[in-house]
Design a protein around this ligand. Structure first.
Ligand code: ADP
Length: 365
């Protein structure tokens, strides 16, 4: 690929939100996911530690006849936080209310949700780290004492009217537990950190979803989809739907390794789950800058994307996969990156040559 091929004004790789391998839910996901969500803890695949610990928390609460402690779920998008919150409600035989941090801009928004909760209800607060400060402070008291102070009036005449709340279970979800203020974090009785899924677990997710969607899938076909799903069940389910389309239109409807691999080649998701944007970044880093080090801004210009797109959309997965390292002197490709794109690394062993990348990746940008 030459520099001309990859440079366009408006970003040649499309909107990040439209990526087939993006972990955030898109419109189609939201419509289909409800049917694919495991409904009880026993059906939830993977995350064995989280499952065991949560099982104890919920069983103990049920035996005591009380509500479960507040639960904080942290982990990347698409790993099953919303699903787990629904399972918590189902296992407790309780209703669930779903909202999110960005939807609660004023403390009053939160007060009206809290005051309408039923006893034992589960309140799922997605993206809890994005709640406004006043709402967050109101939540402290609600979590601890099941009480809020509603402020009536303004200025010197304003008065705080205490309002008792029924006991409820808050399930907070965040992609970054480190961003939560300690007073909020400390008020959760149980914190679960969700990890990316192992290939075998993702295969099980694919098999389960294929059964629910009534698509015939053999073990190798499921493994092929799982291997391209970036450790994320949401992506596995999305790729399965695209492979199903291909199998239906170009085949007999059944999914084998060959069908899955041909289908995902059409959608430009490679064997390791990299899409065009990821490969564009790696390709520029290797071919135009001999594997680096190169500054983020220069790399972004070469790819024809915004700096933020390269840094926040493409790089995290490339770093996780050990294909790219962020070093104090810039971005560096690892030997695995050359191998993945089928290119031979330059012979030079000078500082900054690809061979040095392994040791250089210890620092941030
Ligand atoms: P999050 O809230 O973390 O973004 P979701 O709970 O919405 O993720 O999960 C995304 C999709 O992935 C759901 O449709 C669900 O079917 C599927 N999923 C997530 N975790 C699992 C799991 N452990 N087993 C089976 N399916 C899962």
């Amino acid at each position: 690929m030459s520099r001309d091929d990859i440079h366009h004004e408006d970003g040649p790789y499309g909107e990040a939100g439209e990526r087939l391998v993006g972990a955030e839910a898109d419109g189609e996901d939201s419509a289909v996911e409800a049917a694919l969500r495991p409904k009880e803890l026993g059906e939830f695949i993977g995350q064995p530690k989280v499952r065991e610990q949560l099982d104890l928390v919920l069983k103990a609460a049920r035996q005591r006849g009380g509500t479960a402690d507040h639960v904080l779920l942290s982990g990347a998008p698409g790993l099953g936080k919303t699903t787990l919150s629904m399972i918590i409600a189902a296992e407790m035989g309780a209703p669930i209310r779903i909202t999110s941090g960005p939807a609660i801009q004023h403390a009053g928004d939160l007060a009206s949700i809290l005051s309408s909760l039923q006893e034992g209800e589960v309140l799922f607060l997605d993206e809890i780290h994005r709640m406004s400060r006043p709402a967050e402070e109101m939540l402290y008291m609600a979590m601890e004492d099941f009480r809020v102070d509603v402020i009536v009036g303004k200025g010197p005449g304003a008065t705080a009217i205490p309002l008792e709340l029924p006991p409820f279970t808050l399930v907070g979800a965040t992609t970054r537990a480190g961003l939560l203020p300690p007073p909020l974090r400390d008020r959760f009785g149980f914190t679960a950190h969700m990890e990316f899924y192992e290939p075998g677990e993702l295969e099980a997710v694919v098999h389960r979803s294929a059964r629910l969607l009534d698509v015939e899938t053999d073990a190798e076909g499921a493994a092929e989809i799982a291997g391209r799903s970036r450790g994320t069940p949401r992506i596995a389910n999305r790729l399965l739907r695209r492979v199903r389309d291909y199998a239906q239109v170009r085949g007999d409807g059944a999914i084998s390794r060959e069908v899955a691999s041909r289908a995902l080649d059409v959608y430009e998701v490679d064997a390791r789950g990299l899409d065009r944007l990821d490969r564009g970044v790696l390709d520029a880093l290797l071919r135009l800058f001999s594997g680096g080090p190169v500054g983020l801004s220069t790399l972004a210009v070469a790819v024809g994307e915004e700096r933020e797109t390269v840094e926040e959309v493409a790089e995290p997965f490339l770093v996780r996969e050990g294909l790219l390292a962020r070093t104090p002197r810039g971005r560096v490709a690892t030997p695995a990156a050359w191998a993945h794109l089928g290119l031979a690394p330059p012979r030079s062993t000078a500082p900054g040559a690809p061979g040095a990348a392994g040791q250089a990746g210890l620092f941030g940008d």
